[in-house]
Design a binder for this molecule. Structure first.
Ligand code: 6PG
Length: 248
């Protein structure tokens, strides 16, 4: 068993659990260092979490003005495009928060995924004031594809072998769309990683990712010093027979 596994009854309770833990991580980091750096996930699963964080319950308690938002991955589409991970987060969370503009760091959508990846790497190095080695995010949110992909790191992708680059250009094997993604060195440098996984179609990939190291992208996510938490629903946990579960 890799990390801590939290099984919730459904996407709503998973999202609530994630929101409470997100707020706790951010509040403690802002308390410790005056700032928190978070990388958001795309796809459908985190949408409810973002809505909850924007709700009355969390909007007042979290020191949002001290939070810097980045993305774990992005599709090479304009920021106002329906497929944009930035757009999804802006509509469900960011536009509801009193955030200084400079706290929001979308992937700079450029002409090519490679150009966007290079530009985003420079932005990370500038923001973290780090010339060498991967920066340490306080929290990275990740989803899980049924094929075991996470962020935009797809099975058998060359980017999985990346050791130096912080951001890579990849391509979705299903849509063929170019993607930009944080690389494994950055993911594995994080202080905390939350995997958000819901739905029966994710059960096989989740069992592989949780139970054993391997070559699937999600199996390669293993924070060097940080904490790994799986927030999953009962449907996704359907094949986890032999693992110890921590109650929400
Ligand atoms: C993306 C994501 C991707 C996502 C998984 C799960 O841009 O699509 O970052 O890695 O997390 O594909 O997607 P769902 O949450 O939609 O199932």
């Amino acid at each position: 068993m890799r990390g801590t596994l939290i099984i919730c009854s459904d996407l709503e309770s998973l999202s609530r659990e994630a929101a409470a833990r997100f707020a706790a991580v951010v509040e403690s980091r802002v308390g410790e260092q005056g700032i928190a750096r978070v990388a958001l996930a795309g796809g459908a699963t985190p949408r409810r979490l973002y809505e909850l964080l924007a709700s009355e319950e969390f909007r007042a308690s979290v020191p949002w003005a001290r939070v810097h938002f980045f993305w774990g991955d992005e599709r090479l589409v304009p920021l106002d495009h329906p497929e944009s991970n930035y757009r999804m987060a802006r509509e469900t969370l960011l536009k509801h928060l009193a955030l200084p503009k400079e706290n929001v760091h979308p992937v700079p959508v450029a002409s090519t995924a490679e150009a966007a990846a290079l530009a985003y790497e420079q932005e990370l190095r500038q923001h973290f004031r780090q010339r060498r080695g991967p920066p340490a995010f306080d929290l990275i949110l990740l989803g899980l594809g049924a094929d075991g992909h996470t962020a935009s790191l797809f099975p058998r992708a060359a980017a999985l072998a990346e050791k130096e680059r912080l951001v890579a250009a990849t391509q979705s094997p299903t849509s063929g769309l170019p993607r930009i993604t944080l690389t494994l060195p950055v993911l594995n440098e994080a202080r905390q990683i939350f995997f958000l996984v819901a739905g029966e179609n994710k059960a096989a990939a989740l069992r592989l990712a949780v139970e054993a190291p391997g070559t699937l992208p999600a199996q390669l996510v293993a924070p060097r010093r940080g904490l790994l938490t799986w927030l999953v629903d009962t449907a996704a946990a359907g094949q986890l027979h032999s693992v110890k579960v921590q109650a929400p």
